[in-house]
Design a protein around this ligand. Structure first.
Ligand code: PSU
Ligand code: MN
Length: 309
């Protein structure tokens, strides 16, 4: 059997070779999650935040059929503006390679490729989850099953209430994924710091999280870990405002019969439009905040690995 090795950028290759800290970053947020030029500005500023906190950023994508870990600025710019780029979850990667397509990779595909490259920590905005009405549609993101089987630690701001948060937490429990809120008791709801649902665990420092990662992997679980980092207070949106906007977007999607892989991008774009850019501002703030935490965790984890602890 062949084992694929994604192509690493020089910065990522060097960091991995020396046992340094690396943070994986996804690209569906660039291709399908934010409008241009905010998507490009965010992608670049998130990479800067990772570097400022002592880690190498590894934005992951498929470029003309090639699996890539760490992109050049020019490539980020092209991905951010390209029309008709594929949204690839893990199951779509092989076909994108055969067809020599470029693709933004979702959380599930990013975890898979990060793991192939030997990267332990990954920062994103929100992960996919169990959609509202899943009891009828069966719409459950492959991000959740990937978390159950790939040992990447994913730092997110919780999940948006475009999803059924209670069912998403139930599903993560079934998949044996530890859900750890950072410095909080509540599982956060992306735009707001609280969802009304308790996270399973709370840890208050990157060092504690790194230690938990080491032990989780030493137990041979094989599953990932979900770190839920609440949006910074100053950037959080008022729940009444954003909940109403989300409800409108969800209703519209149902009326128009939007489903499958188009549903999440449709909802994100409509929420951006309906909130007149307020949601985008919050989204950018929380992604940067997650990148900072992920870098600190990656630094602490790399130190434990080096010490053999
Ligand atoms: N949620 C967000 N922003 C995003 C996504 C989800 O707030 O950009 C993207 C991520 O790439 C995630 C994907 O992995 O959508 C999930 O898509 P789906 O629901 O089709 O599995
Ligand atoms: Mn889906």
């Amino acid at each position: 059997m062949i084992v694929l090795k994604p192509k690493l950028s020089p910065e990522v290759a060097e960091a991995l070779a020396s046992g340094g800290a690396v943070v994986a970053l996804e690209s569906t947020i660039i291709t399908h999650g934010m409008p241009y030029p905010a998507n490009l500005e965010t992608a670049l500023s998130v990479e800067t935040v990772v570097r400022e906190n002592g880690a190498a950023p590894a934005t992951i994508a498929v470029i003309e059929g090639e699996l890539r870990v760490g992109l050049e600025r020019r490539e980020l710019g092209e991905l951010a503006q390209a029309e008709g780029v594929v949204k690839a979850s893990g199951r779509d990667l092989a076909v994108a390679m055969v067809k020599k397509q470029s693709a933004g990779v979702t959380v599930s595909a990013t975890m898979l490729l990060a793991d192939l490259a030997g990267i332990d920590v990954f920062a994103t905005g929100g992960v996919g989850g169990v959609h509202r009405g899943a009891e009828q549609t069966f719409d459950i993101s492959a991000d959740l099953t990937e978390l159950g089987r790939t040992k990447t630690t994913v730092v997110c701001a919780g999940v948006k209430s475009i999803l059924d948060i209670a069912k998403t937490l139930e599903y993560l429990e079934t998949q044996r994924v530890p859900v750890i809120a950072y410095g909080a008791d509540d599982f956060p709801a992306f735009f707001t710091r609280k969802s009304g649902h308790k996270a399973d665990h709370r840890l208050d420092t990157p060092e504690e999280i790194a230690a938990a990662m080491r032990l989780h992997h030493a137990l041979g679980s094989g599953a990932g870990i979900l770190i839920a980092n609440p949006i910074p207070e100053a950037a959080a949106l008022a729940p009444e405002f954003i909940d109403g906007t989300i409800a409108d977007a969800v209703r519209e999607a149902a009326e128009r019969g939007v489903g499958r892989k188009e549903l999440t991008p449709f909802l994100l774009a409509r929420i951006d439009e309906l909130s007149k850019g307020e949601s985008l501002k919050a989204n950018i703030a929380l992604v940067r905040n997650n990148a900072e935490l992920a870098a600190k965790i990656a630094v602490a984890y790399a130190a434990l690995k080096k010490a053999g602890k």
